[in-house]
Design a protein around this ligand. Structure first.
Ligand code: FES
Length: 234
C-alpha cells in the first residue's frame, strides 16, 4: 500500500496495516490545526522504506498487543529515522502496555482518539517541533572502545555515553537516588551500577534494574552515522 500523499515538509507519517477510525479522526484534527502534512503508509515492520522521506517529524503507529513486538518496533523506527518522534496509539486501557511502550523507546504514547491532540501539544512545545541531533564525538574516537565513552553537555544537561553489551547508550549523568555521577560506576552487559549505593540502570532505556533508586534515569536516543556519534535531546 502506498502513501496517500507525499510528505514535502514537516510531515507526520502514520504507519500501520490498519489505522483505527479514532486515530484517523484525531490526526485529521491535528492536520487542520497545524501546518504539518499527514500521510498514511504501509506497515513499517514489513516495509521500513515508508520512513524514507524528507522532513518527517513524527511517526505514529499502533502499539502492538504482542508485547515482545513493542521494543522491536520502536527500535526499527529509531534505526530507520533517528530524529523522528516515535508515537504510539493504544486502543485498550492497558497501563502495563503503556509503560512498556514508554520504556521501549516511544517518545509519546497516547490513547487512540487522543493521539492527535497529544502530538500537537508535543510539537508545539519546541520552535520547530523537530528533534535535532547533536554530534558529540567522532565515531573513530569510539571505535573498539567498551565501557564509558565520555561525558558531554547536551542542552545544558550532563550526559554519559557507554558502549556495553553490544549497544550504545546515553543517560543523564545523575543517579535518581541521590545524584551520584553514573559515569563513575561500573558497566557490564548494558547495565551501569551507581558508584554510591549500587542502584543499577539499563544504559539504553534508563530503566531501573535494581534500587535503592525508585525511578528510572532519563535516557537519550543515540546513534552512529556519517562518522559521528549523535545524541538527540528529549
Ligand atoms: S546515589 Fe545512586 S544509588 Fe544512591
Amino acid at each position: 500500500m502506498g502513501r496517500e500523499q507525499d510528505v514535502d515538509k514537516g510531515g507526520i507519517v502514520v504507519v500501520s496495516k490498519t489505522v483505527s477510525p479514532a486515530t484517523k479522526r484525531s490526526l485529521e484534527v491535528l492536520k487542520r490545526r497545524s501546518n504539518y502534512s499527514l500521510s498514511f503508509g504501509s506497515d513499517v515492520m514489513s516495509d521500513p522504506s515508508v520512513l524514507d522521506v524528507d522532513d518527517v517529524v513524527a511517526v505514529v503507529v499502533p502499539v502492538p498487543h504482542e508485547r515482545d513486538k513493542v521494543a522491536e518496533l520502536a527500535q526499527m523506527i529509531r534505526e530507520a529515522a533517528p530524529t523522528v518522534l516515535v508515537c504510539g496509539s493504544i486502543d485498550v486501557p492497558d497501563q502495563r502496555l503503556w509503560l512498556l511502550a514508554e520504556r521501549s523507546g516511544f517518545n509519546l504514547v497516547s490513547s487512540d482518539g487522543a493521539i492527535g491532540g497529544a502530538l500537537l501539544r508535543r510539537l508545539a512545545s519546541s520552535d520547530s517541533g523537530r528533534r535535532e541531533a547533536i554530534a558529540v564525538m567522532d565515531s573513530s574516537d569510539s571505535a573498539g572502545r567498551l565501557g564509558l565513552l565520555g561525558t558531554f553537555d547536551v542542552d545544558g544537561k550532563s550526559v554519559a555515553i557507554w558502549r556495553s553489551g553490544g549497544r550504545l547508550g546515553c543517560l543523564e549523568n545523575a543517579c535518581t537516588h541521590s545524584g551520584a555521577a553514573l559515569s563513575e560506576g561500573e558497566v557490564e552487559e548494558g547495565v551501569v551500577t551507581c558508584p554510591r549505593h549500587g542502584s543499577r540502570f539499563d544504559i539504553c532505556s534508563g530503566e531501573r534494574v535494581r534500587g535503592p533508586a525508585d525511578t528510572d534515569v532519563a535516557h537519550y536516543d543515540i546513534f552512529d552515522k556519517d562518522g559521528r556519534i549523535w545524541v538527540v535531546p528529549s
